[in-house]
Design a protein around this ligand. Structure first.
Ligand code: SF4
Length: 207
């Protein structure tokens, strides 16, 4: 599904799009227009958007139309998410958004080669499929979803891979937040290179 190198993918399966507040990570609290692309083959057992996995239900929408919707909303930041957005060559989409003066932010598990021009890359690796090495040096933010205590050791391997300037977050999986928060707080106090990310959009009841 990744576009051939000599062709630009000018339409993408748009599952949903909405203007909201970024609830997680380094840009938490910022207004942002979310563009959720359909399609994912990572298979996280706790995935909260399983309906995104099958891209065939989402008709392709042109990058011009996506850009028009972002611009019309008044947003200055577009967050490209999924699903797994790097299943597609995102060169044309990011070029179009940047031409319109929109900042381009990516949320990815990193399992496909990196494409596109990005102002911010949030790399959130998953245990269920190994990331492609092209993501490591480009990641601005490392976000590990913590489901159980064994995830702390698993998270540390990625700190070695990403650059020194990458901001590192531990974020409790939503259904396990109350159970895991004490352990995450203790871990961050003992390992202060990490910060805590909470999904504040869920507290605000917004998408
Ligand atoms: S990578 Fe994201 S969309 Fe894909 S299964 Fe995991 S949580 Fe769900």
């Amino acid at each position: 599904m990744v576009g051939a190198p000599d062709t630009l993918l000018t339409s993408l399966p748009l599952m949903e799009d909405f203007y909201t507040i970024q609830g997680e990570g380094a840009y938490q609290g910022h207004a942002a227009y979310f563009v959720r692309l359909g399609g994912c083959d990572v298979g996280c057992v706790w995935c909260d958007v399983k309906e995104s996995w099958d891209a065939s239900g989402f008709p392709p929408v042109s990058v011009e139309e996506i850009t028009r919707k972002v611009t019309f909303s008044g947003a200055t930041v577009a967050v490209i998410t999924g699903g797994e957005p790097l299943m597609y060559d995102l060169t044309a989409l990011t070029q179009s958004l940047r031409r319109a003066g929109i900042r381009t932010h990516l949320e990815t598990s990193g399992v496909y080669p990196l494409t596109g021009s990005w102002d911010w890359i949030c790399f959130s690796p998953k245990k269920f499929k190994a990331p492609h090495p092209s993501i490591f040096e480009k990641a601005d933010e490392l976000k590990i979803v913590v489901y159980n205590a064994s995830d702390f050791d698993w998270a540390e391997q990625f700190v070695q891979e990403v650059g020194d300037k990458c901001v590192c977050f531990l974020q409790p999986e939503w259904s396990r937040e109350q159970e895991m928060l004490p352990a995450i707080i203790a871990y961050v106090k003992a390992n202060p290179k990490w910060k805590i990310s909470l999904q504040i959009h869920k507290y605000m009841n917004i998408p």
